[in-house]
Design a protein. Sequence first.
Length: 315
Amino acid sequence: MEPGHLPVLAEEVVTMLAPAPGSLQIDATLGGGGHTERILGATDPDGRLLGLDADGAAIARVDRLLRPRFGDRLVLRQSNFRALGRVAPEAGFGAVDGCLFDLGLSSFQLGDAERGFGIRTGGPLDMRFDATRGVPAAELVASLDAAELTALFRRYGEEPHAPRIARAIVAERAVSPIRTAEELAGLVERVAPRTPPGRRRIHPATRIFQALRIAVNEELDALEDGLTAALDLLRPGGRLVVLSYHSLEDRIVKRFFQAERRGCVCPPEVPVCVCGRSPRLRLVTRRSVTPSPTEIAANPRARSARLRAAERLAA
Ligand SMILES: C[S@@+](CC[C@H](N)C(=O)[O-])C[C@H]1O[C@@H](n2cnc3c(N)ncnc32)[C@H](O)[C@@H]1O
C-alpha cells in the first residue's frame, strides 16, 4: 500500500485562505491533495480550484481521488509553479481569491524508492520532482568537482562539514560510481563527525540530501518566481499562504512579504520616493505559525513547518 501524506497545518491553511463559496483558488503544490480537498470543501457548492504539481504521479493520484467528488470544479495541470503566470490564465484562473504553496516534497515521493529522495532508499539517486526535465542528482554527484560540491552543500544545505564530505565523494567515485541514495547516505555517515551527545539526532546526510534536491529542482529560484506570479494573479482581498520547511525557503518568503508590504524600494538616502511602487500586501501573520506539539507527534514531517500568510491590497 502507498504511504499517505497528511496535510500540514490543514485547519490553519483553510482559516488563512478563507476560501468562500464560488471563489477561485490555486493549490500550487498539489502533492497528495489533502489541502486541496479541504479548500474545495470550504468553497462548496461552486468554488473552483486549479491544482499544479511538477510531478505527474501527484496529478494522476489526485485526479483519481478527488475527481469523483468535485468533478470539473477541480482543474489539474502538471507544471512547475514557476510557470503559474502563464498556466493559470490559460486554465481560466487569471484572477483568483487564494493561492497556497506547501513547499518541498510529499510523503509519496519520500517513500518511493525509485525517486531517490529518501536517505534509506536503495533506488537511483534522482530527486527530480518532474523526472522528465533537468538532470538527476546522481549526475551532479558524478560530475561536480570538490569545490563545486562544497559550495553547493554550503549554500543549499548550510552543511558545516561540506569540504570533508565533498572530498570523500570525489575520492569514492574515482573507485566506484555513487548511484543510489543509500550509497550516498552511507558514505556521508562514514565521514561526517558524530552528533555530539545531547543534540537532536538527525541523519548526517539530511543536509546533503536537502542541498542536492534544492539544486536539482532549482527550488529557491522557482519559489521567487512562483510567489511573484501568484501575487500578480491575486484579486484585491485575495490571500497568499505559504508553508516552508527550512530556513532558506522561509527567508525568501519572509523577505518577499516584507518587500511587498513596504512597496517603495528607494534607497534610504533618497528623501522622496522616486520608484512610485506602493504596498501590494498586508501581512495576515506577523510571525510565522508553527504546528502544535500534538500535530508534530501525529505527523513528524510537520516538525519544521512555518506558515506565513498575506492579503493582496488594491494597489
Ligand atoms: C509538501 S507536498 C504538498 C502536499 C499537499 N499540500 C497535500 O496536502 O498533500 C509538495 C508538492 O509540491 C510539488 N512541488 C515542489 N516544488 C514544485 C514546483 N516548483 N512546481 C510544482 N510543484 C512543485 C512536489 O512535487 C510535491 O508533490
